[in-house]
Design a protein around this ligand. Structure first.
Ligand SMILES: Cc1cc2nc3c(=O)[nH]c(=O)nc-3n(C[C@H](O)[C@H](O)[C@H](O)COP(=O)(O)OP(=O)(O)OC[C@H]3O[C@@H](n4cnc5c(N)ncnc54)[C@H](O)[C@@H]3O)c2cc1C
Length: 444
């Protein structure tokens, strides 16, 4: 049994603590924010999140998947909104498969409740980690008045998010690699309220996308009938957060670009000018551990962009993998080393895939050839499920390592380029002869 300090009671820190406490360890969690179960605080980042198979597996491991399912809304596909407001539904996977919209706050609160029920785990709020002595596994925390306390334990987990203090301390150790890359685009949350009868104003079982080439608007359903919309938009340039700086310019742009969404957004002007504009960054580092004293997990180890909806899912998978290694090994340095070497290639892969998916979401989903390719892949997968699993399904509906999915995705790309060059592919793909030719080209 070890005394373990966890920095950050976010999604990953709370889930990790449950796994650790269930193994009999004494866990203390220190969280910078006040207790969100008592005080209404803005989560800081996206209000709702898409949960998919890897995330569910992490929750199943601690027995709360069924409970979360009750507050999750299935989204079976993308609903694409064109510039005239016409919609087109593109399923994500096979019938019955879906990603799920969940409230970040509700999920986090439930995970905190459960963490506190395990083996005497305590969460200390308003405790910002300001320093870590790695050799001694001592972390220093400051409260809201600046009073500091030191906490020494057997080891420290840093699940303190993209701007991790533990990672910051690890940067001063020898041969620690670190990089951060900001996107030229940022994001802003907007709102579509519930209908008067409390229902949803658009199809609720879909992730709505308004793809517009260099930027896009998306919307995920909430349980109360509202949708949280996110505008992903350049910071600078002709159409950008900096250029849309008056009510007139903003409304004229929105009316032209997202006409059907504007009709559903009575608070657009207020939301646009009052909600924060946030940045998007990819953060990579290695190693994730220091001797048997400290380990980074979740966004602290690998912050990615949100376009594959996998950041939290990847962090939850970190916990599942750590749990599997803890079952096999007892030496903590070995556990840390095995976990980081297993997870690093996979977090690098999903970082790349997420970046690629931005292009797919904001641009390609409205391209006819791309949509046809997706239909052909879905048919290949339906007819030959053991030979063809589309990249999106590997990432979202399986626990195939992200790095394997990435490599397989690159191979599929090459093959599908040949398929799409088959003469008159648009006409023949759904005929018996045509599909035979496709299968021969794709599967050999
Ligand atoms: C716009 C947007 C949309 C997203 N959509 C999705 C999605 O659909 N699906 C998905 O899987 N992922 C999504 N993500 C990614 C997801 O939000 C993150 O991957 C996930 O929150 C990571 O969890 P975490 O616990 O590692 O970090 P965080 O959620 O950032 O939690 C870190 C915790 O540590 C605390 N903390 C920070 N610093 C300190 C300190 N010094 N001392 C003490 N406590 C500290 C914070 O207050 C916080 O509670 C999205 C991200 C964004 C920005």
């Amino acid at each position: 049994m070890k005394n373990i300090t966890v920095i950050g009671a976010g999604l990953v820190g709370s889930l990790l603590s449950i796994y650790l406490a269930k193994r009999g360890h004494k866990v203390q969690i220190f969280e910078r924010r006040p207790d969100m179960r008592k005080e209404k605080i803005i989560a800081g980042r996206s209000i709702n999140l898409a949960l998919s198979d890897r995330g569910w597996k992490g929750l199943e491991g601690v027995g709360i998947a069924d409970e979360i399912r009750k507050i999750a809304i299935p989204m079976h596909g993308r609903m694409i909104h064109d510039i005239e407001g016409k919609t087109n539904f593109q399923p994500y996977g096979k019938e019955g498969q879906a990603i799920y919209s969940v409230s970040r706050g509700d999920l986090n609160k439930r995970l905190m409740d459960l963490a506190e029920q395990q083996n005497g785990t305590q969460i200390f709020f308003n405790q910002r980690c300001v320093d870590v002595d790695l050799e001694k596994a001592t972390a220093t925390f400051a409260d809201e008045n600046g009073n500091t306390t030191k906490n020494t334990s057997d080891m420290i987990f840093g699940t303190d998010g993209a701007y991790s203090e533990l990672r910051h301390r690890m940067m001063f150790t020898d041969r620690f690699d670190y990089s951060q890359d900001y996107l030229k685009e940022g994001y802003k949350e907007l709102n579509i309220p519930p209908a008067e009868n409390g229902g949803w104003r658009m199809e609720k079982n879909a992730l709505h996308i308004w793809p517009r080439g260099k930027f896009m608007l998306i919307a995920l359903p909430n349980f109360d009938g509202s949708f949280t919309c996110t505008l992903f938009f350049p910071f600078e340039g002709e159409y950008s957060f900096s250029s849309l700086d008056t009510k007139e310019k903003m409304l004229s742009f929105f009316n032209k670009t997202f006409p059907d969404a504007v009709e559903l957004m009575p608070t657009l002007e207020h939301d646009y000018f009052h909600n924060p504009t946030s940045s998007l960054a990819i953060m990579r580092c290695f190693p994730w551990s220091y001797k048997d004293k400290a380990m980074l997990l979740g966004d602290a180890a690998h912050a990615i962009v949100p376009f594959y909806g996998q950041g939290m899912n990847c962090g939850f998978e970190d916990c599942t993998v750590l749990q599997q290694i803890m079952e096999q090994e007892s030496d903590w340095e070995t556990i840390f080393k095995k976990a980081e070497s297993s997870r690093k290639p996979n977090s690098d892969a999903i970082a790349e895939l997420a970046l690629q998916n931005f292009i797919e979401m904001r641009d390609l989903v409205s391209d006819e050839k791309f949509v046809l390719r997706k239909k052909i892949e879905a048919k290949l997968s339906a007819e030959f499920p053991y030979k063809w699993l589309p990249l999106y399904s590997m990432v979202t509906f399986s626990d195939i390592p992200y790095s394997t999915a990435w490599n397989e995705g690159k191979r599929q790309d090459t093959v599908m380029q040949k398929v799409m060059e088959i003469p008159e592919i648009e006409k023949i793909w759904n005929t018996e002869e045509g599909f035979k030719q496709i299968a021969k080209t794709a599967l050999g």
